[in-house]
Design a protein around this ligand. Structure first.
Ligand SMILES: [Zn+2]
Length: 359
């Protein structure tokens, strides 16, 4: 209490107490510094309009000069699609912690954002060679980015696979296949039409190691990082990505590693290593960037979404094997249900329940 007072307002008696307990005072001050650092790392910062323009110009030059540009994406590129990120002020965990429910219609209505479309266009223009994403929302694929140019390191919520088949059989669905799955429990309840083995989701949860060839495509991600001279990170805290050493060429001396450009509102553990850190929303940065590069941004057209040609229809007897809303090429009825589990809700719910029981 004394420490919280400005020095000038402390009485002689109070000052004496502080002197008497010097070690405690030191410890308390250290804790305060740590708290402040943590607080600063969580803050969302915005560059002002002029600075944003200047930085995007610099990024555009780097992209034009890059020989092998690879893009790493995280939850921040999907927030505009009303898919909440995990840890931001409106993130999934923050919302659930406050006892709020997240409406399922938010997820099923999600469509590729402007950033997804821009990335796809940059790939089409041969400016981007490969995209590595942590997101399970399938929006890169749905934006029209070809699969060979994409690594979805943590899976895709629309894809279920049969690992009993060799090679693995894949079933793309028009709904979230993860409603019954969770950490170490990946069975979706449906069966493979070739061998009747149980189908599994492709989601990699915290603490799991994803070995599936597709859609994770680690091979593509590692090859891209090996070739990369520039890496652009969009909307990722990089807290998980930084653990994958092969994505950062950490085996090379710092001067031989790809140049890092980071677009994120919050602090990231790679900020100090970045050539440029842009504090801005991905959609804002990308629309400025496309202007700089003179690349048109088409509007997302759901009827043209590649998921419809990739999808395998359910068998008649499987019609009731899920309750999640189905994506349709055109608007239909929308149903809103509170999310009970799935690729983001379940892992969180488990931990909370245990905690509550223990309490
Ligand atoms: Zn099979």
């Amino acid at each position: 209490r004394v420490l919280k007072k400005p020095e000038a307002e402390r009485s002689e008696e109070e000052a004496a107490v502080l002197l008497l307990h010097r070690e405690t005072v030191e410890e308390l001050c250290k804790r305060q510094v740590r708290r402040n650092v943590l607080k600063r790392k969580q803050e969302e910062l915005y560059d002002d309009a002029d600075e944003l323009k200047r930085k995007v110009k610099q990024l555009a030059v780097a992209i034009e000069q890059a020989k092998h540009l690879v893009v790493y994406t995280g939850a921040g590129i999907s927030t505009a699609a009303s898919i909440p990120d995990y840890r931001g002020p409106n993130g999934v965990w923050t919302q659930l912690q406050k006892g709020r429910t997240i409406s399922l219609s938010d997820l099923s209505k999600a469509e590729p954002t402007l950033t997804h479309i821009c990335i796809r266009m940059l790939h089409k223009e041969k400016l981007v060679k490969h995209v590595v994403s942590q997101n399970c929302d399938g929006l890169h694929l749905r934006s029209g980015l070809p699969r060979h140019a994409l690594s979805e390191l943590h899976g895709n919520m629309f894809i279920e696979v049969c690992t009993s088949c060799s090679p693995v059989s894949e079933y793309v669905r028009l709904f979230d296949v993860t409603e019954r799955t969770s950490l170490h429990r990946h069975g979706t309840g449906r069966r493979c039409s070739h061998c009747s083995g149980e189908l599994k989701d492709t989601i990699v949860h915290f603490g799991e190691r994803g070995t599936l060839e597709q859609p994770l495509n680690w091979k593509g991600a590692a090859e891209a990082a090996e070739m990369a001279d520039v890496i652009l990170c969009l909307g990722s805290s990089l807290k998980v990505l930084k653990k994958y050493a092969c994505l950062w060429c950490m085996n090379r001396p710092a001067s031989k590693r790809p140049k890092l450009y980071i677009v994120n509102l919050q602090w990231t553990p790679k900020d100090d290593l970045a050539v440029l850190k842009i504090h801005g929303k991905c959609d804002d940065v990308m629309s400025l960037l496309m202007k700089e590069l003179s690349v048109q941004i088409p509007v997302y057209d759901r009827a043209e979404d590649p998921i419809f040609s990739l999808a395998t229809s359910l068998l008649l007897e499987e019609a009731n094997s899920h309750t999640r809303e189905v994506i349709a090429p055109h608007d239909g009825q929308e149903v809103s249900t509170a999310v009970q589990g799935g690729w983001f809700g379940r892992g969180y719910g488990k931990g909370r329940k245990k905690k509550k029981k223990a309490a």
